[in-house]
Design a protein around this ligand. Structure first.
Ligand code: THU
Length: 144
């Protein structure tokens, strides 16, 4: 992995913060924003989207990944999550696995809040000894 410069990290955190402002979280009242940096250097952001049928809601990281895939991105080089909590907020277990589909073990995952960066982990630290695409036979070529 090439090291990601501070300006890009801050841009990613800012994108996550901006997306958080759009969160639809009337049930938990816990707004989250996330942003991913793709292999083209583009930033894709998203927020959590809750649902009156509670389990049908989804996380900010999932929204950010969907935005990336919809825009043609296929690799995640870095992740930022923004929320307000006593402890820095890292992706939930399900989102760690979703990120794993597109990101390597050394991918940085930054946790921030309105004031800035609070914690940094790699995806490999958050999801050690993970199951991933490399466990499966070579996938079919991408659909046109
Ligand atoms: N949530 C996220 O969007 N990302 C995280 O990393 C942690 C949790 C959302 C899910 C739910 O809408 C709310 O936060 C409370 O769990």
């Amino acid at each position: 992995m090439s090291r990601i410069d501070e300006a890009t990290r801050d841009a990613l955190l800012a994108a996550a913060r901006g997306a958080r402002a759009q969160a639809h979280a009337p049930y938990s009242r816990f707004a989250v924003g996330a942003a991913v940096l793709d292999e083209q250097g583009r930033i894709h952001a998203g927020c959590n989207v809750e649902n009156a049928a509670y389990p049908q809601g989804w996380c900010a990281e999932t929204s950010a990944l969907a935005a990336m895939v919809g825009a043609g991105g296929r690799q995640v080089r870095a992740v930022a999550v923004c929320a307000e909590s006593d402890q820095p907020v890292t992706p939930c277990g399900g989102c760690r696995q979703k990120l794993r589909e597109f990101a390597a073990d050394d991918c940085p995952v930054w946790a921030g809040n309105a004031a800035g960066l609070r914690a940094m982990h790699t995806l490999g630290e958050l999801l050690p000894a993970s199951f991933g695409p490399h466990h499966l036979p070579a996938p079919n070529p991408p659909t046109p």
